[in-house]
Design a protein around this ligand. Structure first.
Ligand code: FAD
Length: 315
């Protein structure tokens, strides 16, 4: 069976999505680029989602410099194994690695892909999701970066045979070193990109203090908190929680938008949610066009009342 590379983004949903997608093209082999020991620590979860092999391209230098050593190691492995395609995460790092590999190997590259057919035809949503583009790499081994939350990962246990890959890092790849890494403390709420339920607030929330009404409702449902760009730009909530074209793409089972008008750039990041609930005091707000359930009303009345009903139903 043809081998398809999946450049692992860690033991997380995006990696499992890529492994699931790769299975429609051939037999997935995960490629782990990192410091020694990284592949062994995530091998079991890669096996669960169908990795027949796990290439451990490991070297201390891969985590000590910016992306150049990883791109170099990946390009070398692609040249050696000639897989049918290479899937990478559509993260900043993933796209930069893909770009460098595309130049090094003179290969075609498609970014921010949300679906991939067995013949390699890729789907991209452009102009804030207003236009869907279908395209195909016509030169070299297709490099494809996959957008998070594009599909539901399906487990399909496989062997995940560990294959050590010798890595040589050139001096040219060591021009920018990482001097410090700061890991932001993680709260108790689920990760926004991976949450099953997201409760988001917009400009209609009015202030940073009043965002507690969104947080309380989210905590009641065990949800992640999101925000519109107007809310983050106004300082109501940190930018990293922005949902939309220039923020995080989410695709939860339930997305609740409170005080959000539903601009096309916001919709681009949440319109594939399974069920969309909107609370807005303007019955003409565009968010109602895509909502499965809409409540026309003041969010400061609707959310606490809904919260009371949920608590009562749990007694
Ligand atoms: P508004 O459009 O001001 O809507 C506020 C809503 O709250 C209104 O519908 C109002 O009726 C309602 N409301 C007010 N008070 C209450 C209340 N008490 N109860 C209930 N409802 C109430 N936006 C994003 O969100 N994400 C992005 O990633 C993003 N990227 C962008 C990229 C570009 C290049 C550009 C140009 C714009 C981008 N935007 C993005 C901005 C986007 O165009 C909108 O400006 C933004 O989404 C509006 O946010 P909002 O709905 O919170 O605010």
């Amino acid at each position: 069976m043809t081998e398809v590379f999946v450049v692992a983004a860690g033991a997380n949903k995006l990696t499992y999505e890529m492994l699931t997608l790769a299975r429609s093209l051939g037999e997935p082999s995960a490629v782990v680029l990192g410091a020694p020991g990284t592949a062994a620590s995530i091998k079991d979860s890669l096996a669960e989602y169908g990795a027949a092999k796990v290439y451990a391209a490991e070297h201390a230098d891969l985590d000590a410099y910016l992306v150049a050593p990883k791109a170099e190691a990946l390009a070398a492995l692609i040249s050696e194994k000639s897989p049918a395609a290479v899937l990478l995460p559509s993260s900043q790092e993933g796209k930069e690695i893909a770009g460098r590999v595309a130049v090094a190997l003179d290969n075609g590259l498609l970014t921010d892909v949300s679906a991939l057919e067995a013949d390699g035809t890729a789907t991209q949503a452009v102009f804030a999701g207003a236009t869907v583009v279908k395209s195909k790499v016509t030169k070299g081994i297709p490099l494809v970066t996959v957008k998070a939350n594009s599909l539901t990962p399906q487990a399909a246990p496989a062997a995940a045979e560990l294959v050590e890959v010798p890595v040589a890092v050139s001096d040219a790849a060591k021009l920018v070193s990482i001097t410090d890494q700061v890991v932001e403390p993680k709260g108790d709420r689920p990760d926004l990109a991976e949450a099953n339920i997201v409760v988001s607030g917009g400009r209609g929330v009015g202030s940073a203090e009043q965002f507690s009404v969104i947080e309380e409702f989210a905590d009641l449902l065990g949800a992640a908190v999101g925000a519109s760009r107007a809310a983050t730009d106004s300082g109501f909530y940190p930018h990293k929680f922005q949902v939309g074209q220039t923020g995080t793409t989410v695709s939860p089972q339930l997305y609740l938008a409170a005080g959000i008008s539903g601009a096309i750039q916001h919709r681009a990041g949440m319109q594939t949610s399974k069920t969309i609930v909107a609370v807005n005091k303007d019955d003409g707000a565009p968010i109602f066009d895509i909502a499965d359930f809409g409540v026309v009303g003041d969010l400061f009345k609707v959310l606490p009342q809904a919260g009371d009903e949920i608590r009562k139903s749990r007694q």
